[in-house]
Structure formats: C-alpha cells, structure tokens
Design a protein around this ligand. Structure first.
Ligand code: B3K
Ligand code: ZN
Length: 895
C-alpha cells in the first residue's frame, strides 16, 4: 500500500503564532463561474513571530503588506499542504491584503464557495474557508468580519452574509449591479463564515426575546419552495423560547436567517446568524413530508439554533475538540425534542440509532475516542462517535448532577469561556467546579475508544428480617485499533437500577442510609459489589438495569426468558421495558440463525408471541411506544461482538422471525392497525384533507398503524396487495406519512403491482426533489430479487443526479445498507458500491468517503465475503488519484 498521508495529532497542538482579530472581505461576483475575493486581514503577531502561515487553495492573484504588493520571493506556496508561508513579516501588527479568484460553478465538492441552481452558497466547516481565500483558518483564530458583496441585480437579487446588514445600494459605476455590506459584531472563527447570493424567495417572522428585544426571522428558499417553511419557522421560535426557558440563553443578533439549498453535503450548518440548511431539514408540508421528516426538521432547526451558544459563542480550540460543541448540542437538541413531545419514544429512538451505528463504528476499524487523537481528513471525523456518543457523555454529567447541577455547570462554562475557543477539559472542569464534583476519572470517556461492557450478576440472601440483594458489576473495555484493552483503565459511569418483585412492583431498598425505589450507582472500578437492603421480604427479584440507558455500554445480565417477559410486561422505565423485548428478539433471531445454519426446523417463538399479544391488547400503552415494542433489532445490532458473520443469513433469520410473529399475531395486528386508523380519523370526519397534518398524537397512531401493517403484509401479501391497489389514491391523498407507510410495507413484494405503484408515485412527485429522494430510497431498500438491476436502472432516471448528495444518499447509500443485496454472495453489491465511490471520488470526496464506510464490516464477515470486499477496497487504494478522504477510510478498513 502506498500511503503518504499526513496525520495530524492532538498532542502536537500549539497556540497560534498570529491572531486575526479583524477581517474585511469583498466578494465581487462576476458570474457563477467567476468570483474575485479581496481579503483584508488585520494581523497581530504573537511573541514576535515573523513567519506567517496561511492556508488556502484558491487561485492567488496578489498579496500586499500594508498596501504594498509583495514580490513572490517573499512567500512560498506548498500546493500539497495548501500552505502559504510568508517570510520576514513585521513583528508588530500589520495589514495583509490577499486577492484570489474562484469558480463556484466548477465546485462540485460543495465545500467552500459553490454554485447550485445558479445561486451561490458557502460551506466552511471545518476547512472550507481556505477554498475561498488565505487565512490561518483554524478555530482558535477568531475575528470580527465585515463582508461586502457586489453582484448583478437581476441574477443575484439577494446578497447575504453573517451578522447585520449595515449598507446596501446600487453600484455607481454600473446601475445593473448592487452591493450589500454585512457586519458581524461577534468574533468568530472562519468556519462560521457564510455567504449566500442569488434569486431567492423569503418568508419573514419575528421573535420577541424574554428581555424584550425583537429578532427578525427570515427563511430563504427557491420561489417554488416558499410555501413549505411554516413548520420550520414555528420550530425555530419554539427552539428560541426553549433555550431561554431551560438554559437561560437568549439570541444575540437582531436577525436570524436560514437558507435552504438542495445541494448540501450534510444536514445543516450553524454559521453565525446565517444558517445554511439542506432542503430536507427545512421544507415540510403534509403532502411531501412524513411524520419523522417533520420531527427531523424540528430537531435539526433546534440543533443549529442551539449552536449559537454551544459552538459559536463558545467554540472549539482545535478540531480534536469537535465533540465539545457537537456532543453538547446533540444533547441539547435531544432534550428539546423530548420536552416538545413523547420523551420516552424519542429517547429509545436515539438509543436505537446509537446502537445501530455508533456501536458498530466503535467495534470496527474506524473506532476512535469522542475526542480523536489523530486524523488525516477532519471531514471524516464528523462521526456518530463524536456526535451521538458525545451526547451520551454529556448526558452522563446530567445524570450524575441532576438538572440543577448540570445547569450550574453550564452557567459557569459560559461565565468562564464566552467568546473563547476551548477544550473538552474546560467543559468538564466547569461541570466539576460548579458542583464540587470529581470528574477526573470521567476524562477517560474522551480518550478511550470502544464500547465498555458491564457484566452484571446478582444474589439474594435472607437472614432473619434482613434481606440483602447484591449486584456484582464487572467492567471491561475492548481492544480498538488505536489502543489495546490492556492499556485501558476502568471508566466512571452512572448505572441506574430498580428492583421488581414477582408482581412487577418496585421493591424499596436502603443504600448508604437512605431508602429508594430506584437509584443511580456509580460504577468506577474494574469490579465492584453493591449491597441493597430490601425493605420487605420478596420471593424473587428481577433487576431493572441501565434504566433510561444511563450509560453508552453493553450490559450483560443472565436473565431468564421469563424475567425478560416480566420486565416487558411491568417495568415502568420505558427504555428498560423496551430493552427486555429487544433481548427476547435477539435471542429468537439467534435461535433462527442457528437453525438456518444447521438446516433444522425454525423454532416457533410461542412465548415471545404471547408476550407481544399482551402488549398489543394493552390499551394503556402509548401507540408510538407500542410501535417501538413491535420493532425487532436491526442486523447491525445483531452482529455485536461477532466475527465470521454471514450477513445474509442474519437477515433471513430476522425475516423469519417477522413471518412467525405475523402468523401468530395477525388478528391482533389487524385490530391494532384498524384501531389506530380509527383513533386518527375520529376527530376528522367531514373535515378538510389538510387536517391530516403533523402532530405528535396523530403521528403516534400512524406509527403503530404502519408498523402493524408492514407485519401483516408478511402474513398475507396478496390480499394486502389487492387492498392497497384498490385504496391507494384515497389513502395517499391524506398525507405523505400514509402514502409512505403503504409503499414501504409493500415495497418488498415481488409482484409487478409494486412496480406500478412506484411508477405512479414517481410520476406524481416528479417536480418534488425531496419526494423523488423517497422514490429512490424505495427502489434501493427493497428485498425484491431484482433490486440491484432496479437501482442500476434508476441511475439513468431523469431525476437522478450523481452530483447531488441527497440523491446519492437516497439511492446508493440506501442500497449499501440493504443487507441481503449489498452483501450478495457473488460480490455484485460490493462491486456496484465501489464503482460509485470511484466515480464520486473525482468530484466530491466527502460523499465518496461516507459511502466507503459501508465496508466497515469487512474484518468481521466470513472469509469469502471478506475476500470480495478486500478486492474492491484494494482496487480503490491502488487508485493514484484517490482523495485523502476516501483513502483514510479505505486504508483503515484494510488494516
Ligand atoms: N457543524 C455542522 C457540520 C459540519 C460538517 C462538516 N463536514 C453541522 C452541525 O453539526 O450542526
Ligand atoms: Zn452540530
């Protein structure tokens, strides 16, 4: 392997030699293919430094020092590291003027300044600013920005940048051109810089802060999308209010702008005062968006808004600290969503996502701590670990300290660090100091990768009137590529527990003097024992462990199936209750898998079906929670801790469980689906169709309805198909959640009728880009035997565009998660995805690197598939022009 990658290490951090407290930018937009940028940097050398290092890869026209053009002999430009070194600079403050030129229309990496549909947009985090001009471009170099934009009035009527607009008007030399000047009074790093120019519609609103200031709200979209921002605007206002009420944080500028763009590498970006969003997380109406889409909009709008304090006002010292802002802001957006509605359901959804994706990352070749120690391409470290595990780490402070203590920590954090670029240790110190708590050992969460394992066992002893319940907890940490288990030290974590008696009642117990019905144990040693004195005699104890998923770990306890059924029936902690069901599902699928491997009969799973029957019949359970209880773990969770995996067999075993349950429970499932439909319709008779909008209560009923419906299709697919065909239009007319619910349920059906439905769906929404993404997702997620052929055909669909990240994620990304097809034994799935990585690598390395992660499982699949995967990855690694983004991932997987 030819690897000449430059690795950056956290341990090499050095404070900046030059500060840039003030930056003036002039963007002269000639056309979408030509933009000239003049950057005026007010530079303050530190400690007499005279060699200035800037980063950039834009076309450089001129550099001037205090107004005098510098000869080329005064600087060296290293193309590989995109570093411009200026020699013999003054040791006193000076002004550097840099003139560059870029071609936004040719920029298909969507990093830096790029064109989309004739408009111009920026994306600068983490290092996109250097695609525009030259600057130290590191987050600990913060400054105040003033930005002037000049452009043609007709082609670029809207000119936006960060902060407040301080001037605008026509240009004297050309009345067809205009300008706008924006000033952002808050010092910020370059990664939060943003510019938008183009022909956009705007929808305005206002928000009054609790101190009585009026904040203008403006949402910019293409004209044809302007009618789909109402929900996002409401979500923003809810988020602004929530941050005031729960965190005491108020917005600081006079205007908050959001711009939606269809070409975007990720979800959204928190640029100061000018958020730029993927259309997917702004545009939503009931005809085109599902309930989870609405929930996604609310949560991402919240997330980006919350960054204004956790990210922008207090930012990261260096990119290794990314979780400082991301883990904290994910925690905040999760709390926001939980406070809005269905806290328990939201929590379980977050845990599901963490376990499916972050646990898999932690168990694979890309495993890294929440604060990575090294990287080649920073864009590869916007990971589930940094975001989602990072949020769990923040949640653990909250669990230890409680809401009040946590908020005391937040207050101290802002008192100490407002306006600064800081580290994860600074956050930890604020939490500790504000509460007199000791979080020294807790620091290991930031440096040790891999999911910890807790092996828990128990015993019950009675002596006279003394009943002692003992929990024994053993903690272990796995090997990860960066660190062997032997070098890892025990971590500190909260373990929330309660004890259930034979009736499902919580048993009060005494622990260190006080009486509890549940408690949070502090686990901080390799092995430890907790003795709980029961307040009354009991026949048996069933422990409810890791309640609320109190720590991001694997917990093993040798429950009997009967104990799990007991928890599933009675536990009052929704996570623990759901988890009991999940464990039963995992056991059932493992039994199926063993039977498939040995060629024996599949087990019947009668006891599990019985437990689920009680759940289905229990009218006291929230329908959204009931839907979650009916969903079996995804394959990636089932592979936890395993090697020599045959992914297709796992998928078949999982599918066989679905079929068995559908067979045993079809009466109950039908009743549940019909009741849920009835409940949703009850208050709507005779009203307009638009009443089928999003609200959490109706969403819960729809979630249950279509979870049950998808299972029913496994029981009797031809009857369901006939019914769907007859009622499709009538159901689909209600809203997209209904339409999507039907389509996903029948999407695996081999009959031509399924294809006909998809064709109708695509024809109906041909002009709706976000719905066409759904169409491509349906094609790519089907278990039908011809799926690869359909995916290949979809590549030539007029609405497919390989340059558009949403389309790539919808078609190719979804296919790479389609277990039976991606892991097809003949290697056709691997070959297809590798070919697309090769193609996309040429223009959008970030998106290509995202797809390369699909091969993460390579080391853990059985030898034949492993060889097929290796062959594809090796071919990629051998490409001379492979981007450093993709190379970093591919080489790590190859090992
Ligand atoms: N901070 C951005 C992510 C930037 C990703 C760069 N590859 C969005 C967010 O987390 O809010
Ligand atoms: Zn974020």
């Amino acid at each position: 392997m030819t690897s000449t990658q430059t690795v950056k290490y956290l341990r090499d951090y050095a404070a900046p030699a030059h500060l840039v407290p003030k930056t003036e930018l002039l963007f002269d937009i000639i056309s979408e293919t030509e933009v000239r940028i003049t950057a005026t940097l007010h530079i303050e050398p530190q400690h007499g430094a005279t060699e200035l290092e800037l980063h950039g890869d834009a076309k450089l026209h001129r550099i001037a020092l205090n107004g005098e053009t510098l000869p080329e002999s005064r600087y060296t430009l290293d193309k590989d590291s995109e570093t411009l070194t200026l020699h013999d600079m003054p040791a006193e403050p000076f002004v550097l003027t840099v003139e560059t030129e870029v071609n936004p229309a040719a920029n298909k990496s969507f990093n830096g300044l790029y064109a989309s549909g004739g408009n111009l947009y920026t994306q600068c985090e983490p290092e996109g600013f250097r695609r525009i001009t030259f600057h130290p471009d590191r987050p600990d170099v913060m400054g105040v920005f003033t930005t002037e934009i000049r452009a043609d009035k007709a082609a670029f009527p809207v000119l936006l940048s960060n902060g407040n607009q301080i001037r605008s008007g026509s240009l004297h030399d050309n009345p067809n051109r205009h300008f706008a000047v924006w000033h952002d009074p808050f010092a910020k790093p370059t990664y939060l810089f943003a510019l938008v120019a183009g022909d956009l519609a705007v929808r305005r609103d206002t928000f009054k802060t609790r101190s009585g200031r009026d904040v203008a709200i403006a949402f910019y979209t293409r004209a044809e999308d302007a009618d789909k921002t109402a929900f996002a605007i409401e979500s923003l206002k809810n988020a602004m209010k929530w941050d005031e009420e729960r965190f005491g944080l108020e917005y600081d500028l006079d205007i908050f702008m959001v711009v939606a763009v269809g070409d975007f590498n990720m979800g959204a970006m928190e640029n100061k005062g000018l958020n730029i969003f993927n259309t997917k997380y702004v545009l939503a109406d009931e005809r085109t968006a599902t309930d989870p889409d609405f929930e996604g909009v609310e949560s991402v709008i919240g997330h980006e808004y919350f960054h204004n304090w956790t990210g922008n006002r207090v930012t990261c010292r260096d990119w290794f600290q990314l979780s400082l802002k991301e883990g904290l802001t994910v925690f905040r957006d999760q709390e926001f969503s939980g406070d809005r509605a269905s806290r328990a359901v939201r929590r379980i959804e977050n845990v599901k996502m963490l376990r499916q994706h972050q646990f898999a990352e932690d168990a694979g070749p890309m495993a890294h701590p929440v604060r990575p120690a090294s990287y080649v391409e920073m864009n590869n470290f916007y990971t589930m670990t940094v975001y989602e595990k990072g949020a769990e780490v923040v949640r653990m402070y909250h669990t230890f300290l409680g809401e009040e203590g946590f908020q005391r920590g937040m207050k101290l954090y802002f008192e100490r660090h407002d306006g600064q670029a800081v580290t994860c240790d600074d956050f930890r110190a604020a939490m500790a100091d504000a509460n007199g708590a000791d979080f020294d050992q807790f620091a290991l969460w930031y440096s040790q990768a891999g999911t910890p394992v807790l092996d828990v066992s128990d015993s019950l002893q009675s002596e006279g009137s003394l009943h002692t319940y003992t929990l024994h907890v053993k903690q272990s940490l796995p090997d990860t590529p960066d660190m062997p288990a032997a070098d890892k030290r025990p971590m500190m974590m909260p373990l929330a527990v309660a004890l259930l008696d034979e009736n499902g009642e919580k048993i009060p117990f005494a622990l260190s003097g006080s009486l509890h019905t549940e408690t949070v144990l502090t686990v901080n040693q390799a092995e430890q024992t907790y003795e709980l004195q029961l307040a009354r005699p009991v026949q048996s104890v069933t422990p409810s462990l890791l309640r609320g998923f109190s720590a991001p770990v694997h917990l093993h306890f040798d429950y009997t199936d009967a104990q799990l059924a007991h928890l599933l029936a009675h536990d009052d902690d929704p996570f623990a209750r759901w988890e009991a069901g999940q464990t039963l599902y995992r056991r059932a699928i493992a039994a199926n898998e063993a039977a498939l491997e040995n060629g024996t009969d599949l087990p019947e799973h009668a006891a599990l079906a019985e437990a689920l029957r009680r759940i289905l019949n229990d009218q006291s359970i929230d329908p959204a929670f009931k839907a979650l209880l009916l969903q079996v773990p995804a394959e990636s969770e089932l592979w936890d801790g395993r090697t020599r995996i045959d992914p297709v067999r796992t998928a078949a075993a999982r599918e066989a469980l679905h079929e068995a349950l559908a067979g045993s429970l079809h009466g109950e499932l039908l009743a549940a689906a019909l009741n849920a439909r009835e409940a949703e319709n009850a208050d709507k008779r005779g009203k307009q169709i638009s009443i089928y909008g999003y609200n959490p209560q109706d969403a819960a009923q729809r979630s249950l309805q279509y979870t049950a419906f998808a299972l029913l299709h496994r029981f009797d697919d031809s009857a369901i198909m006939a019914q769907v065909f007859e009622h499709y239009d009538e159901i689909a007319r209600k809203n997209m959640t209904h339409e999507w619910g039907i389509l996903t349920a029948v999407n695996h059906n081999e009959s031509p009728r399924r294809n006909e439905l998809l064709v109708r769906f695509a024809a109906k929404f041909d002009d709706q880009a976000l719905v066409m993404d759904k169409y491509f997702m349906l094609i790519a997620s089907s278990r039908r035997s011809d799926t690869l052929a359909q995916v290949q055909a979809a590549l030539t669909h007029p609405r497919f565009d390989i340059a558009n990240p949403n389309k790539v994620r919808a078609l190719i990304g979804t296919f790479a998660r389609n277990v039976p097809h991606f892991h097809a034994a003949d290697g056709s799935g691997y070959r297809f995805v590798a070919d697309k990585i090769r193609e996309i690598n040429a223009f959008n390395p970030q998106i290509a690197a995202g797809l390369a992660r699909s091969f993460n499982l390579m080391q853990r699949v059985e030898p034949q598939r492993q060889a097929l995967m290796r062959q594809e990855l090796q071919a990629l690694a051998d490409m001379p022009d492979l981007s450093k983004d993709v190379r970093e991932i591919v080489e790590k997987i190859l090992g």
